[in-house]
Design a protein around this ligand. Structure first.
Ligand SMILES: NC(=O)c1ccc[n+]([C@@H]2O[C@H](COP(=O)([O-])OP(=O)(O)OC[C@H]3O[C@@H](n4cnc5c(N)ncnc54)[C@H](O)[C@@H]3O)[C@@H](O)[C@H]2O)c1
Length: 284
């Protein structure tokens, strides 16, 4: 039998956390349509089951699994069971994430602990569970979904921005070590994508007064759909790009920030005050 190699699509096996909704689900559908068996791992198990059924009924291979990414033992169990059932794990998408807070002055320590647990520890749990298996296989690709807020300041989402910077740091730092073992690490940094997280998300803890205002507010004009994002990102994962930034507006923002950080900060600060004014939030 020939040596196994990484299959992102046909014949591959992919675990996607937060796979029941939004970006994770779009990755799941796209990978399954190209012959990959996708495991949609999510706290929203009923939704994950429904989505897995839809993928299966259109000819793809999908399984739904209940997972809380904060639970390191549960994550390890899922990884081990997947390896046992399928004989391989090609990709792990550490995608589950939440949004929390608004103005730091109103944040509680437990909200910060919560977002650290999901957005950072969740990624650490997944990485530590899958990495030894991928090393043993001699192949595998860990794809961490951070955010543009992991590359530039996120004035309206301070704790979120901090967690996403951590995910970028984990990914780019591990990438060099993992190379030796045939394991790839990429990080994806999108700007606004049309998913429930933009209005707080099911498990988010965004200030309730802000969520209420966001209900009727238009989405940011630069918002893109999940399938377009995935169409732009997947070829770059195939090419093993390290930091995948999409769409173009995010690339420009990142470039301006690196070139003139103070100028960029002045711009985002102005933007922050404008958003507060537009949503009439100054009076909170
Ligand atoms: N939508 C955007 O504008 C945007 C931009 C940049 C980055 N992101 C990131 O993309 C990722 C996916 O978010 P999305 O936009 O698709 O939002 P989403 O709310 O549609 O999806 C998030 C998913 O994560 C799941 N989840 C939350 N907490 C979990 C936990 N503890 N364990 C397991 N699953 C959990 C939710 O059930 C949900 O299915 C997140 O990491 C988010 O931060 C989103």
């Amino acid at each position: 039998m020939g040596k196994k190699t990484l299959n992102i699509y046909q014949g591959g096996v992919s675990i996607i956390t937060g796979g029941a909704s939004g970006i994770g689900l779009a990755f799941g559908k796209a990978l399954a349509s190209k012959g990959c068996h996708v495991i949609l791992a999510d706290l929203q198990i009923e939704l994950a089951e429904k989505q897995a059924e839809l993928i299966t009924s259109s000819g793809g291979k999908a399984t739904a699994v209940s997972l809380d990414v904060r639970d390191s033992k549960g994550f390890k169990k899922l990884i081990e069971e997947t390896r046992e059932a399928h004989g391989r794990i090609d990709t792990l998408f550490n995608n589950a994430g939440v949004a929390v807070g608004w103005e730091v002055k109103d944040d509680l320590l437990e909200d910060w602990n919560y977002i650290i647990d999901v957005n950072i520890r969740g990624v650490v749990n997944g990485t530590l569970a899958v990495y030894p298996i991928m090393i043993e296989q001699g192949f595998g690709h860990i794809v961490n979904i951070a955010s543009g807020a992991g590359l530039v300041p996120a004035t309206g989402a301070v704790s979120y921005g901090m967690t996403k910077h951590a995910v970028v740091g984990l990914s780019t730092s591990l990438r060099g070590q993992a190379l030796e073992y045939g394991v790839r690490v990429s990080v994806v940094c999108p700007s606004f994508v049309d998913t429930p997280i933009l209005k707080g998300g099911v498990y988010g803890r965004v200030d309730a007064r802000v969520v209420k205002k966001l209900e009727n507010a238009p989405k940011p004009s630069v918002t893109i759909g999940t399938s377009l994002l995935v169409r732009k990102v997947l070829p770059q994962i195939e090419k093993n790009r390290s930091i995948i930034v999409e769409p173009m507006n995010m690339k420009i923002m990142w470039w301006v920030y690196r070139l003139c950080p103070d100028f960029f900060l002045r711009l985002v600060t102005k933007g922050w005050f404008l958003i507060k004014k537009k949503l009439n939030l100054s009076v909170l």
